[in-house]
Write a protein of this length. Sequence first.
Length: 989
Amino acid sequence: MDKNLCKIQGGFWMTFLDDIRKIEDKWQKKWKEDQVFVGKINDTKPKWFLTVPYPYASGPLHIGHCRTYNIGDIFARYKRQSGYNVFWPMAFHITGTPVQAVAYQIKIKNEKIWKIYEDYVSIYEKDPTKIKSIVQSFENQENVANFFANAIIKDFLGMGFSLDDTRQFTTGDKEYNKFIEWQYKILNEKNLITKGSYPILWCVNDKNAVGEDDIQEGDLLKVEVNDFVGIKFRLNSGTSLVAATLRPETIYGATNVWINPDADYNEIEISGEKWVVSKEATEKLKEQDHEIVVIRKIKGKEFVNQEVTVPITKEKIPIYPATFVDTDHATGVVYSVPAHAPYDYAALVDLQNDEETIGKYTLDKERLEKIKPISLISVKGYGDFPAVELCEMLGVKNQKDKQKLEKATQTIYKDEFYSGIMKDITGKFKGLKVEEAKDAVAKKLKEDNLATEVYETSKKALCRCGGQIIVAVLEDQYFLNYGDKKWKETAFKALNKMVITPEKYRQAFENTFNWLDKRPCVRKRGLGTEFPLTKGEGWIIESLSDSVIYMAFYTVIRTIRENNIKPEQLKPELFDYIFLDKGKIKEVSQFTDISEEYITEMKESFEYYYPNDLRHTAIAHISNHLSFAIFHHVAVFPEKYWLPAFSLNELLIREGQKMGKSKANVIPIAQIPEKYSVDLTRLHLASIATADTVVDWRETEVNFALQRLRKFWEYANRSVDVVKTEILNPAFPSRIFRSSIKTNLQKALTAIGDFNIRDYVLEGFYGNIRVIDEYHKIAEHLQREERETVLKEAIEQIIIVMAPVIPHISEELHERMQHEGYVSLKQFPNIEITEDDKQNALQAKFISNLLDDIEEIVKLVKTTPQKIHIYINADWKNELYRVAQEIFEDEAVKIGKIMGVAKENKVLNKYMKEIADEAKQMLRDPSIFRIEMLSAEKQKKAIEGYKEFISRTFVNAEILVHVAGDKDIYNPQKKAQKARPMRPALLLE
RNA sequence: GCGGGGAUUGCCGAGUGGUCAAAGGCGCUGGACUUAGGAUCCAGUUCUUAGUGAUUCGGGAGUUCAAAUCCCCCUCCCCGCACCA
């Protein structure tokens, strides 16, 4: 299916992949058998409790999810090998609408969904005859959840994740429901749940709330709720025409009311008033929490020519007919603001020129002629009548020119909203920005009972069942009041104490906290825990509340399951006792009929493991799950159990494209082992990019990781049978090699300690492979025993340090090298970088620069040198640099200053003439004032140590080392004088 | 619009004041090894040059002995803006 894939599957290295796949299976079985990763209380070690949010069990996970869990696993393994008793459990999220929606679509035989789910199932079920019946079984929502929960846990274990899989549960479990009920009891006790009305999208057919999934093409339409203001324009009879608008501030510019003459309207009685709205609007308003009685049905034309009073301005304006008025939109009545609304202007011009209509409705022509736009907003870049200007500019022909009118409306709305200022005619609102005036005018109108809320969908939409989608208002809706001042303050307090990594995401949390306000917390759709305050009414706790404090539930679920404790026994008093240390065990035990032993076990488990030391997930969850987790923790738990740390990662794309069902470019986790192999995938995922960047999974680059992994495998296997000997006096290259490996490993461990997995792999794995490559080259002439011993030492250490990323290969090599126990549990070596190591590193760098320089010259002169003379600087130059560096710490270096100081310096004052030249040279590149130097002696030693290798590199040229300033050195071209610290002069012959 | 994050050499991606012409990978070019190899190894991949110098890190202006990195302005891209998990 994928051309690039063949590269990996068909290569000569197939045996390698076959081998390591077997190894992966082998070690996963062993870990499982020995329960290596099952959490057990252990008082001899500090505990470390990791969670990665449980996945949603409505479909298979893919390599993008894998990135997140992979990072979690690397942390878990890192901590385990750093001496912690690590606890990383896993469960499944099934509440809310998705699982239910899948079941429903399968049931109604939605072909597209069937096809998708047959594909999904075929990832796991190899027997094609069984697939259809499994999908069929998804009619029952439990089967969906069970199937995918099982599949996902297998995926995870198949990736070698060091999970405790003995604590699985789903958010639909009865026991879990009890826990969520308890959570809500606490929130309610703390007055964090409030009531109010709330507009929602609603299907008139199902009589039920709908979400994006329920709407036909909902993912494309993105239907939203719009808040209209229905303004009452009173007729002389006392009845009001209710005209709906998104721009109430334009009431000052109203010139007339538009009504659709041929459409059906109703006169209705509502809250003791009489209104006229369209037939459709009548039905919508009924759902928007209004008691309505229809008094009579009327055609729109009956109102034409009548007069209404404009609220606030008290102007009398006429009602005119207009066909653009859509009775199925808001109230079906609109008022005209031709100065600022393109539709209105176009309709007005149309009407003024339409003799036929004027005649038909016997309109007062003189009055109609007199209607002129009334300007009420001044806006930069426009004159008094933006609508007129734009209509002319875009060439709007008439009110049927919808496309252009729509564009003009949008443009004006945006420009006026953000940069418009209310003019003098708007009374007390003059000078306000439109942005502010809009709400202020609406508020005033509502206060004076001149307007009402009217909700309408942003787009016309149909439910999948075929019913129309409207906006309904639910009365007495329950909200979580995240706006509660004290709650928010406490949440901020918790956030401020938390580690957020990468730190740049802290801002996103702060922003989320700031805009968080009341949030509806119950709904009628989907799976979940019944809302305890309204039992029997069919209200379900919305599913985000299922994923905020559940980490605590991991600590008790095993006791509940193992001892067959019934959901009914999980009373609030029990959780109060376990989690909040409230009440007495005796009473709780009697009350719940759970033995004191089990209660104690649960309490101890919770108190041992909590808090949840690190929660790792993708950044998409910042503005919901993660923020709510902080809020709910501070509401429910005492401060010592608040969340200490979150770490985050960006998403993963493939070959530059987002993965999506429709694109067929998804790599399911289940296919990773056979497609790539596990350790390869883990390695590549970890090293491909830093956590805060979007990862692009590209096949050609996976190939690189594969080749390095194989190389490491080969190097390591060559070392397996080596018997290490004691190296009494290691050669120069061996010393450098040891230091380099050590330094890289140390950098790697520091990096992962800082949550920087990429650098950890780059330094510890790829960096060290390069060091080994290099050693193979330079150590060719050394004794075999020395080489092999030094290499084996290094590889043994790399295996331990890199085990968190490539655990299977590491276990296998660890075993092949006859080491006892699991490398997964082996503590990292304690690495200390000594002064010697630093000197070694400096010497290595010195040599590498020297080689580059020689090569450079060889290339330029284009001949092979017989002799290479290397001139090391005289020691006084080191002294000069040192002095200059000292000066530089305080001030910019000037020649005069250097000369002055040199004159006073016993070593330097003999070389004043040379120093003048040298200083000039130094000032050209101030960065040399920062370099670390080796003494002439050490430079010389380094070169001597590599002499053999340098010579070999340049076709056995003779290497001659001279120190400038020594007597009688060979110096025909006066190169010796040019030698500088760390930069020997060269002469090639 | 508001809020957040970005813009690096052919591409992907490191790098936040000094050996940075800028890690690493991919791609490309040349060579080596090979029956062959998409494997491996070596060299090159801004221009210039006895190891030098010049110009580069979205655009512009500035601070500094020194700027991809700090300050200011501008342009463009991505993400979030709630009942969706």
